[in-house]
Write a protein of this length. Structure first.
Length: 134
């Protein structure tokens, strides 16, 4: 519980009141900035595994952020084949995977580079990205 509280306080608390006011990608960039600033600590946190792993806590953080964002922007998943839980889970999992690779997996990205990675994966469809790479 302590690690979850620290993750929330460090990564979300200062932005909590503004989640609905910002663009989706900017919320992610703010959190990534905090991770970049505390990268060594975050790398140690990723070593906590099991039921209360840091990875699952970070996933909860991003689920919370995206859930708050969808509420603030009146996003209704009833109009889409993708339900809210599927959206929250897949988006959070994708972001946490990239962060873990960046922090502990040996991917050497600067803050600007990792923000560009998130810009691409959060704003483009897979089809658009694949078409660009042809």
């Amino acid at each position: 519980e302590t690690l979850e509280y620290l993750a929330y306080m460090m990564l979300v608390n200062q932005y909590d009141d503004h989640i609905g006011e910002k663009e989706f990608i900017n919320v992610v960039k703010n959190i990534v900035k905090e991770i970049d600033t505390n990268k060594k600590f975050i790398a140690k946190c990723f070593k906590v595994e099991g039921q209360n792993s840091f990875e699952s806590m970070l996933n909860k953080v991003f689920r919370y952020v995206f859930d708050e964002y969808t509420k603030a922007h009146s996003i209704h998943f009833s109009k889409c084949i993708i339900n809210k839980d599927l959206f929250l889970n897949t988006t959070a999992n994708m972001i946490v995977y990239v962060i873990k690779e960046w922090v502990v997996g040996g991917k050497e990205y600067t803050y600007d580079e990792i923000c560009n990675v998130f810009e691409v994966i959060l704003t483009k469809s897979h089809k658009d990205l694949l078409d660009e790479l042809r």
